[in-house]
Design a protein around this ligand. Structure first.
Ligand SMILES: CC(C)(COP(=O)(O)OP(=O)(O)OC[C@H]1O[C@@H](n2cnc3c(N)ncnc32)[C@H](O)[C@@H]1OP(=O)(O)O)[C@@H](O)C(=O)NCCC(=O)NCCS
Length: 170
């Protein structure tokens, strides 16, 4: 996407420029998303793969340099009130390596990713395909999410493991 278009998209998303629903619809169409909720703050540059399979819920914040890569059939569903910090990578596709041929010639494999409501994904986190992150999860900066994460857990590290429950003082 060229810089001028990115600039206008950035302007359009602020309420003072907003014409509400019409703009949201226009933006959803322009980005090619399956669904875009209300009051979503999208900062550019943003990299989308198969945007027709990506849904983003209300009040989400998608910071700069985020990659959201859905598959041809694999969906990425992001809930309401989700904060995705800069440089996060969410990938619902991978190369299969079961055969001995060139990696480029092997079939892709894809499953999809689900992110619930009220979730924070810390900067530079990687969410791998097929994982599900339940509501109220916090993913630490630089974490690699290789397992499903249950409701209200704070995870960190590579591979991401629970460090505490959310709302629990240390
Ligand atoms: C994961 C996180 C939420 C934990 O916060 P916290 O509970 O205050 O964490 P603490 O500093 O008390 O650390 C708890 C433990 O987790 C470890 N830890 C914390 N963050 C970590 C991270 N990102 N990666 C690996 N380990 C981490 C600490 O080393 C500590 O380990 P120890 O108990 O063995 O000493 C926070 O560190 C983090 O990464 N936040 C995201 C920041 C971010 O990306 N901000 C941008 C968007 S707002």
């Amino acid at each position: 996407m060229n810089k001028r278009l990115q600039y206008w998209l950035h302007c359009l998303q602020h309420p003072c420029y907003g014409l509400g629903r019409a703009i949201r619809k226009y933006r959803t169409k322009l980005l090619g998303l399956e669904y875009l909720g209300k009051n979503v703050d999208i900062r550019f540059p943003l990299h989308l793969g198969h945007p027709e399979n990506i849904s983003i819920g209300d009040n989400a914040v998608i910071c700069e340099y985020v990659f959201i890569m859905a598959g041809k059939t694999a969906k990425i569903i992001i809930g309401n009130n989700v904060y995705i910090a800069p440089n996060v990578y969410i990938t619902a596709t991978a190369h299969s390596f079961d055969g001995e041929g060139l990696i480029m010639e092997q079939a892709g494999k894809e499953a999809g990713i689900y992110i619930g409501d009220d979730v924070l994904i810390g900067t530079k986190a990687v969410i791998l395909d097929g994982r599900s992150i339940e509501n109220k999860v916090i993913v630490g900066a630089g974490s690699v999410v290789t397992k499903n994460i249950s409701h209200g857990i704070v995870v960190a590290g590579n591979p991401a493991v629970a460090v505490r429950s959310r709302g629990q003082a240390v």
